[in-house]
Design a protein around this ligand. Structure first.
Ligand code: PMP
Length: 404
């Protein structure tokens, strides 16, 4: 009945589509920042489900919220009110300082929701004729995998062969506010941007970028949509990565960590004057805002608001930064970080990101390459200072091995 790791991997290879290329480890258990494989070997998780497990595996408070809800009711659909819905949307809206929430399931769905709200808002409020709306996006973006979202990806692996692309998007270089200014015209309804680009390799834009984007949107009378699916809910030490530049977007998109690593929970968050363009029957999903999701989401909001996590991230951020700076020049070409989130460009003559990840796996550290020779660190926010040092020690050791 119990399969070996080799058996799991062989069957997965044969019986699942190859839409991922998992590292050769079969995880069976998790607690906090640690996971255990089917053979009982422990690994420090420095990916945290691409930031979906921000509060640690099987976070006790989140598990308690989920368990309590499992014993009450889990799903009603939105055909009826249920008693976990209002507390969740109110708590999330308050956390973000906005009036309303449109709950969905996944990050990509939140992005699609933001796009639909912006287009409808452009049509009804700004008077852009139906079918003409343009949303300006940034090169290097990652917003999800739907046909519309990959239409404005700049990664050929994401879009090639999946056409025809959805029209209505204009791509400008990330971090370039002047190019953005040129791209905004009378048909533009919104700018959609990651405040820090995650999948691109944790790209932190110039300090004046987001304030300038905000200013351009305000002056053009268009919406700023911040995709905080990966950057939000504590990853950078703040509720939103936008908080680092004092910028307030019109629509925020959250996902990943909002489900506490337990189930998919995502949401668009904004003010009533914008969200009012969506009327009954015009958008939604069977599972969006379900009772179990709302119970967990409410508990997540509580952890972000009241927990020690954000302070802990802010305390560890300079520690991580200093350790990364030591790696630069020692097998690392460049390293970027904000909060407990880092992109490390390894010297491509030493190893691919994949090779590095495989070597780190051997040393008990789980990380993932993003592309080429870049790896990303996004450990659970419960990681201790000692564990963080140990993880970076392993990276340094692998680089030393490769250089030897
Ligand atoms: N936006 C951003 C910024 C992301 O990083 C991701 C996932 N990597 C998504 C959207 C899509 O989220 P999901 O995989 O839940 O659809």
């Amino acid at each position: 009945a119990s399969w070996s790791a080799e058996q799991h991997i062989a069957v997965a290879e044969r019986r699942s589509a190859h839409n991922y290329h998992p590292l050769p480890v079969v995880i069976a258990h998790g607690e906090g920042a640690w996971v255990t494989d089917v053979a009982g070997r422990r690994y420090l998780d420095c990916l945290a489900g691409y930031s979906a497990v921000n509060f640690g595996h099987r976070n006790p408070e989140l598990l308690a919220a989920a368990r309590a809800q499992l014993d009450r009711i889990t799903l009603t659909s939105r055909a009826f009110h249920h008693d976990r819905f209002a507390p969740f949307v109110a708590a999330l809206a308050d956390l973000v300082g906005k009036e309303q929430v449109l709950p969905v399931n996944t990050g990509a769905e939140a992005v699609e929701t933001g796009i639909k709200i912006a287009r409808k808002w452009g049509y009804e409020v700004k008077g852009v004729p139906d079918g003409r709306a343009v949303i300006v996006v940034a090169s290097g973006n990652f917003h999800g995998r739907t046909t519309t979202i990959v239409s404005f990806s700049t990664d050929p692996a994401a879009y090639r062969g999946f056409g025809p692309p959805t029209p209505g998007f204009r791509i400008v270089p990330y971090g370039d506010a002047a190019a953005l200014a040129d791209a905004i015209d009378a048909d533009t309804v919104a700018v959609l941007v990651e405040p820090v680009q995650g999948e691109a390799g944790v790209i932190v834009p110039p300090a004046d970028y987001l304030p300038r984007v905000r200013d351009l949107c305000t002056r053009a009378g268009i919406l700023l949509i911040a995709d905080e699916v990966q950057s939000g809910l504590g990853r950078t030490g703040t509720v939103r990565a936008c908080d680092h530049s004092g910028v307030d977007a019109d629509i925020y998109l959250f996902g990943k960590a909002l489900g506490g690593g337990i189930l998919p929970v995502a949401a668009a968050v904004g003010d009533a004057e914008v969200f009012d363009v969506i009327r009954p029957g015009q958008h939604g999903s069977t599972f969006g805002g379900n009772a179990l999701a709302c119970a967990v989401g409410t508990a997540v909001v509580g952890l972000v608001r009241d927990g020690p996590y954000l302070d802990h991230v802010r305390a560890l951020a300079p520690v991580l930064r200093a350790r990364l700076d030591q790696l630069v020049g020692n097998g690392v070409v460049a390293a970027r970080s904000i909060g407990l989130w880092a992109g490390i460009d390894v010297d491509p003559t030493l190893a691919t990101g994949r090779e590095l990840c495989e070597r780190l796996l051997q040393r008990g550290v789980l990380v993932k390459d993003t592309h080429g020779s870049t790896i990303r660190l996004s450990p659970p926010l419960v990681i201790t200072e000692d564990e963080l040092h140990w993880a970076v020690d392993q990276i340094a050791a692998v680089l030393a091995d490769l250089r030897a």
